[in-house]
Design a protein around this ligand. Structure first.
Ligand SMILES: NC(=O)c1ccc[n+]([C@@H]2O[C@H](COP(=O)([O-])OP(=O)(O)OC[C@H]3O[C@@H](n4cnc5c(N)ncnc54)[C@H](OP(=O)(O)O)[C@@H]3O)[C@@H](O)[C@H]2O)c1
Length: 259
């Protein structure tokens, strides 16, 4: 039987901009109640003013107490959580040595531990609300170790956590999807240089990812790459590793930066 989003409750972290904001709009238009979570209250208030079923909630995904309080609020106010979208994330910087330790650990705390915290706090409510969905917004950087190492490791971790949890929570009626975007133009991940180059057409939009998330909610898929052509790079990395490595070392990003 198909999964109908109408009237269901979704929680989206990182909803104050980019992919999370576009997804909140899309799910609200589908008739879902959307709890939009982030730290910037003004941005969440502006988003909530667009649609009566978007409910703003200020929380930091690095704070376990705040995430427990969020889950309690959702249970008390809405009685269910059918969809949890772990999308909050930061780009982090290069890892060169000791000076970059704090930034790298923070990147892991937001991107990986933040998603794990949310899954922990919402586990019981997701079970009670089954059939339910978790969508973890990881990255193609969680499949190809190139660019800032803290970011890549946070996303490799999230891919692994998602893959194991997809199997572990299947029997509870909860699907867990690793959703892996490639380059998407957003505030936190501006792709201005690339957009101005002939490669510009390879950069996707937050709405592309929101559409992919919508499709995953309907299908219950456990893995999705968006834009889809990035999947070819992931396959190349595994079936022709020496070719991939030779090509990768020629890119600027192989120096560990985001350029
Ligand atoms: N854009 C890309 O090219 C791309 C590619 C692959 C994967 N992704 C992933 O997609 C997700 C969304 O990124 P985006 O591109 O849409 O970037 P974005 O526009 O910068 O959005 C990031 C969101 O995360 C929130 N956030 C950051 N730290 C947080 C914290 N400690 N607690 C709660 N919320 C926090 C931010 O809100 P506040 O600052 O208000 O808290 C913001 O809403 C990230 O996980 C990113 O890694 C992006």
């Amino acid at each position: 039987m198909s999964w109908d989003p109408t009237g269901k409750v979704a929680v989206i972290t990182g909803a104050s901009s980019g992919i999370g904001e576009a997804t909140a709009r899309r799910l609200a238009r589908l008739g879902m109640t959307v709890v939009a979570v982030a730290r910037r209250e003004d941005r969440l208030a502006a988003l909530a003013a667009e649609h009566p079923s978007i409910v703003p909630h200020v929380a930091d995904v690095t704070d376990t107490g705040q995430i427990d309080a969020l889950a309690e609020r959702v249970r008390e106010e809405f009685g269910a959580c059918h969809v949890l979208i772990n999308n909050a994330g930061v780009p982090g910087g290069s890892f060169r040595g000791r000076d970059d330790l704090e930034d790298t650990l923070h990147t892991l705390d937001v991107n990986l531990s933040g998603s794990i915290r949310c899954m922990a706090s919402f586990a019981e409510l997701l079970s009670d609300s089954a059939p339910s969905r978790v969508v973890n917004v990881a990255s193609v950087a969680g499949k190809l170790g190139i660019g800032p190492a803290g970011y890549a490791s946070s996303k490799f971790g999230l891919v692994g956590f998602s893959e194991a949890m997809a199997l572990a929570w299947r029997s509870r009626g909860i699907t867990v999807c690793q959703l892996n975007p490639g380059f998407i133009h957003t505030e936190g991940f501006p792709k201005d240089q690339m957009r101005a180059s002939p490669m510009g057409r390879l950069v996707g939009t937050p709405e592309d990812v929101a559409r992919a998330i919508h499709e995953v909610l309907l299908s219950g898929a456990t893995e999705r790459t968006v834009p889809a052509w990035y999947r070819a790079l992931v396959v190349l990395r595994h079936v022709a590793t020496p070719v991939y490595r030779t090509a990768a070392t020629r890119t600027k990003r192989s120096g560990g930066s985001r350029d």
